[in-house]
Design a protein. Sequence first.
Length: 322
Amino acid sequence: MSAFFNGTGRPAAPAPGPAGLHGGPTSSFADFLASYAPGLLPGAAGAAAAAAAGPAPGAVSVPGAAVPGAGSDVLRELPHATTIVAAICDHGVVLAGDRRATAGSMISKRDVEKVFRSDEYSAIGMAGVASVGLEFIRLFQVELEHYEKMEGRSLSLEGKANRLGTMIRGNIGGAMQGLVVVPIFAGYDEENDTGRIFSYDVAGGPYEEHRYHSIGSGSVFARGSLKKLYRDDMPVQDAVLACVQALYDAADDDSATGGPDITRRIFPVVATVTEDGFRKLPETEAAEYSQRVIESRMISPDGPAAPLLAGQERPGLESSAE
């Protein structure tokens, strides 16, 4: 952000740019940044570098369009974040992510965090190009804080989801160059006393998901796991355990998703958002859930089975409070 300051340490005089509807400053920090320093927007530098790299061998050039294969060798080597799961629980929502980042067929990092607090009553996770995704998350956090300071109130949960969609749409050029970021947004809706989940495509979305959802390379396996484990109005502890089970299943079938690493003490990042606000589980608590899943898999490698008869017990999903 040094571009905003002069040698005195005070904010530099801003260049002319768009203001709010009534001539005052805009309540969107992303719009402010796009007006005063567009090069600082997520993906801007990377998209320029990919475009400069030129098309990949054999790529067909279309006048006026971005080249999907541009800089493909470079893009393949960028660290990519993988699987995130979310599940609505009793009066809230759970968001959990594995810790692995891959660059092509290599594991580039084993302890990446992909789930973050966006504000007091919402959380965000991301899959895709890790560096661009982390920039998006930081910008979105500032966006929500800036709006609250400018307007004197916070956005509704749906308003936050729509604002995130607009920001993603602004990166469509970078996405077409291969710098794809796909987030998942979840939070507690104070008006309806319930958790809500929103997914996105590269053009912005958003799409509200019901009950549970997953994104990333292992998402198909994670959703399949949640399909058999999830039930409506799950207590928070059960939803957390179901999400950790789903991440384990994703890691079992997807090489880009990392499972719990006992020897290195690396466990999924898990967050809950309820009427009490955002809470990231301490590492010791995440380790307890992971250890419980691992112990159950020593007995049943394929994980807990869904009951076919009403009233039948659900192995491995007993409340952790017991």
